[in-house]
Design a protein around this ligand. Structure first.
Ligand code: NI
Length: 171
């Protein structure tokens, strides 16, 4: 397994749409494993392939608490089958938007169909934080960041700070 560099906003590659995978073969499985290692090292609770510059419909998620057994989810081609009428608000962050957090409203529960790391079709009901993380990662597959769900005032403020931080790093 290998750690992959994570792109940070603003970066045009984070605005691009990912493509569905034909099947979860050895190459995609390796990508999933590398993404998990990258996510754990960051540390983060979710990662989408576009964040490591790969425009494929692949996400990894693990919301287990530190010290508890890991519960990695490796997901390709996720599709939302159902969303709850009820919404939930969570404070979100993103490895591609470092050090910025904001409350985002999303459906509280979702049902998702996907291919797992063995290329098996699976369906999963997710609620609470897991539902939020899955929806956040699926947004990345459409080129959408959580800051795109905030007011333009708030988004531009965060983007300006990110640009400034990048200039300092690059200087
Ligand atoms: Ni993210």
């Amino acid at each position: 397994m290998a750690r992959l560099p994570i792109l940070t906003a603003p970066d045009p590659r984070l605005k691009m749409k990912a493509h569905r995978v034909e099947k979860v073969d050895d190459e995609i499985k390796r990508l999933m494993e590398d993404m998990l290692e990258t996510m754990y090292a960051a540390p983060g609770i979710g990662l989408a392939a576009p964040q490591v510059g790969v425009l494929k419909s692949v996400i990894t998620v693990d919301i287990s608490r530190e010290g508890d057994p890991r519960q990695p989810l490796m997901i390709a081609n996720p599709e939302i089958l159902w969303v709850s009428d009820e919404d939930a608000t969570f404070e979100e962050g993103c490895l591609s938007v470092p050090e910025h957090y904001a409350e985002v409203v999303r459906p509280k529960a979702v049902r998702v169909r996907y291919l797992d790391h063995e290329n098996e079709i699976r369906e999963m009901d997710a609620d609470g934080m897991l539902a939020t993380v899955i929806q956040h990662e699926m947004d990345h597959l459409d080129g959408v960041l959580f800051i795109d769900r905030l007011s333009s005032l708030r988004r531009n403020m965060i983007l300006r700070k990110l640009v400034k931080a990048k200039k300092v790093v690059g200087a």
